[in-house]
Structures are given as structure tokens and as C-alpha cells.
Design a protein around this ligand. Sequence first.
Ligand SMILES: C[S@@+](CC[C@H](N)C(=O)[O-])C[C@H]1O[C@@H](n2cnc3c(N)ncnc32)[C@H](O)[C@@H]1O
Length: 525
Amino acid sequence: MIDSLRTICRSSAKPRAMKEVMVVVPRFGSAKVAQREVDSLVCNRILDGEEQYLVKWKRIVAPNAYSWHYLPELTLCLALLQDYLKARRERIHSKTSNLKRKSPHAEQRAHLYEHDPQSRSPSVQSSSSESISAKAQALSLGESYNCTVYPDGDHIRVRSSLRLPCAERIPTAEMMAVAATSSTRHASHKIRTHILKRLKALPGPEITYQNIHDASDIPLRFEFIEACVLREGLTRVDPETIVGCQKECRPNMGKNIGCQLSICECLEFAAVQEGRLNEEQWVRYRSNPGDTAGLPKRFPYHTSVAQRDGCLVEFYLRGRHPIYECNHRCNCGPGCNNRMVQHGRQLPLEIFKTKDRGWGLRCPLAIRKGQFIDTYRGEIITDEEADRREARSGKGKESYLYALDKFEDELREREEAPYVVDGEHKGGPTRFMNHSCDPNVLQYTVSYNKYDQKVYDLAFFARRDIPANEELSFDYLDKDEEDNEAGTGVLTSQVDDVEVWTPDDNGTVVPCRCGAEKCRKVLWT
Ligand SMILES: C[S@@+](CC[C@H](N)C(=O)[O-])C[C@H]1O[C@@H](n2cnc3c(N)ncnc32)[C@H](O)[C@@H]1O
């Protein structure tokens, strides 16, 4: 049921300029504050044993307007709530470390209290927080500031108040002090439940997440997507240029026969399989190694169970040759052995908080050497847009930009720049995969249109057998087997075969914490 708004004038007898107005914001039943109308959440407190958050409305909606809301009214603003809780945690953390408090465990205890579903309910708080809650009520002139709030259908709306603006800066220092010690446990729980619901709704094997280190969650602003999103300014190869295998390949070519045994045209640009060349082909290949049309090529995947069915073959694992899969124009059909990455992720994954490198990724099942894990997805943007985004985010911040530069040399000849995948705001679980100088995962170019050198899939395969729950990692700088350099820094020493990098003149060093024996010490500069 939606309560009606009550406005109480404490003393209507006061002169207008002195009038102190308290607007009591009632519970609005199922009506919700719409995120698009909210600037941010700026404070929290406990009122009547329940968590409340102070909404700062967008200037355009009602200038300088604030109102307190209970959690059920904020379920459309969970991303903003998550931003607020993060800022609050950082504030508390910096205060506790600045003050060098007597008990170094105080912050830890606060986290435990927020996390533990069995912990005391906010309504049964200690006497100190009870008095703080009482103080919070005493402090507030009213439940909203410079505005009136009212239900309008499914939404809670705000109207600028004609009354005198609130003299104090909201939130006041006292409000912030109350906020720092008031529980936000229910808000954290709501956010967590929402994330789990989102993950459950994703197609394919389950994706879970776990954090035993702190109170942070996967960012709600991050959107899980199933395919890359192409942003404006991109030019694509004409889809008409996509050709499939037509000549020799067909579905059901015979027992265990498929594109791997035919001269599949999809593999035109793949490496030549020298062992299958006849004498005439050998002579031609030796005299002109650049002309490989019509020659049998290296097939990327094992095709028999005994040989790790579906896993990448050793030849591809040793190098970083592009993989060319069959496509919708091919004669071979959907059951073809040359289709693996296009069928999507087949493994469950877990996003988990590491001790010192933010979120990471692991698989609750053992992964076989050469097994496909997932692709790197995101927004595909131009090189210039990537520069702009990088400049905006600032140095030292996490980076989720991945250049599609496998065919950089060919593109340079045409005076074109490679596109970039940005996984920061949209992507798949592999966006959480960390770097290692000795990785257990390798990244590959996977193309469905052999003539398109700008847009293709980035696919991850296991470099070796990986036990269940071992963190998955790839080498951020490992572009190619013959092009393996550590960023733009300067190689300053090489101790016991370990390269130590320091930044170049304009570089900021991001230290690597992969812990590998031969760690390069620098993630990038
Ligand atoms: C693609 S993201 C990986 C996911 C990230 N950990 C997160 O929490 O979202 C890349 C960022 O993770 C961190 N990172 C990844 N590997 C690291 C490593 N070996 N050492 C230190 N930081 C690392 C860096 O902040 C880097 O910018």
C-alpha cells in the first residue's frame, strides 16, 4: 500500500524566513526511487531499526534536494548503492589507517558484522549505536531537505520545495559520523543477492563468485554479455566476403571424416600440414612457400576421444597461429569438428577476490590441456576511442583494453589501426582474469571470416592441464611467440634469468604480483 505524504509544519506561527519545515517521508510501499533521477547516495543511518540511505536528487530534477529512503524503495538504485558502500568503506578505511587506531582489528570487525548473516540485527544494536541512532534522528531537521517527495504510480518522485533552502551542507559532519558506525549489512546482502540472481540468469554452465577477503562485490555496473558490442566508427568487411568451405566439405562425409581430412577452404590461411603433401605439392610448396592455396593445412582441434577430443593440438599450443573456424556459409554443417569457440563456453567458472590483485578467475573443474575456456568480450572501439578512454581513466587504474592487433603489420600497410576490445563495462567472466608471467592459459585469434583482419574473437585455451580451482591467468604482454616483450620499460637487469623492468621516462610502473618464479616484476608501464 502506498502511504500518502504528510507535511508537518512545526510552527506555522513563526515568521516565514524562520519557518522550520519537516517533511516526513513515509514508506512508499512498492513505489521505488528511479535511478535515472538520482545523482548519488550520500549518507546512511538506522531509523526504527532499519537501514536508510540519503538520496541526492539530480540537480535537474530538484536542485539541492535530498531525502531519506528505506532499502525497499532503492531496489532500482542498487548500482548507486554499491558505489556509496564502496566510497563509505574507503572513507572508513582511510580514517582508520590515518588515525592508526589502537585496535587494528576494528575495521575487520566492521566488515564481519556487515557480512555475517547471523550477526545481530540492526534493531538489536549495542547501546553506543542506539544512542547514535537516536542522535541521527535528533540531528535531522526533517526527512527530506529542500524538497517534497511523493509516490507517483510505481515511482517515488521529488518536487523542489519553495521553502528556504537548508542552511547546513548536507550531509553534515554529524550525519557522516553516524553513517560510519551504522550497519549497512542489509544493503550489502541485497546487492549480493542481486548479483547472484544475475549470474544465475546467464546462459551456459554456472558462473559463481566468492570473496573471503573484504566486503566488496562484483561491480553491478558491469554487464555480462554473450557477444562483443560494436561501437560507432567501426568499418566492417562486407559480410558478402564471408565464404564457407564449399568444394570438398559436406556434412557426414563418412566415418570420422570431416573438414579435418578435406582441403577445407576455411583453413586457406592456416599453416601448411607438411606431412600430408604429395610429391607434386612438395615441389610447388618448396619453390613458392607463400602460395599455399589448395594445400592441406594444420587442423586446430583433436578429433578423437583418445587424443583429447576438441582440445587444441600441440602445433597450435606451441605457437600462436590464428585459428580459422568454419562458418554459417560452410557446407559442413553445425556438427563439424572445426567449430569449437563459436559454440561458446562449456565450463563453469568462478570469479573470486584475490588477496592482492582484485578479482580473479578460476574453474571449479579440472581443465584439460588445450581445452577451450571462453572468449574475451567487450565493446569493440576504435584505437582513438581507446586512447580517449585510457586518458579519462588515468594511469595506474585497472585496464580492460585488449588490442585486436594480430594482423597489425597487414593493417599498417593499408594505413589502418587495429580495433580494441574494452571489457571494463561490458564483457564476459574472462574480463576478471589476471596476468601471470608464467600463465596457465593462452590467448588465440579465432576468425570466422578469413578476410576480416580487424574483427575476430579472442579465445582462451588451457596451456597445460589445470587442476580444479587453480587461478586462471594469461600473459598480458604475450602477443606472439616471437614478439614477447615486456612493455615500454627499460630492461635494467637480468638476475638468475629473471628480467627486471623499470619505467621509461614517461612511464608509471604497475608492479606485477603474479608470484611466478620468473616474474618480470612489472605489469606494464
Ligand atoms: C583485466 S583486469 C583483471 C581483473 C581485475 N583483477 C579486477 O579486479 O577487475 C586487469 C587489472 O587487474 C590487475 N592485475 C592483473 N594481474 C595482475 C598482476 N599479476 N599483478 C598485479 N595486478 C594485476 C591490474 O590492476 C590490472 O590493471
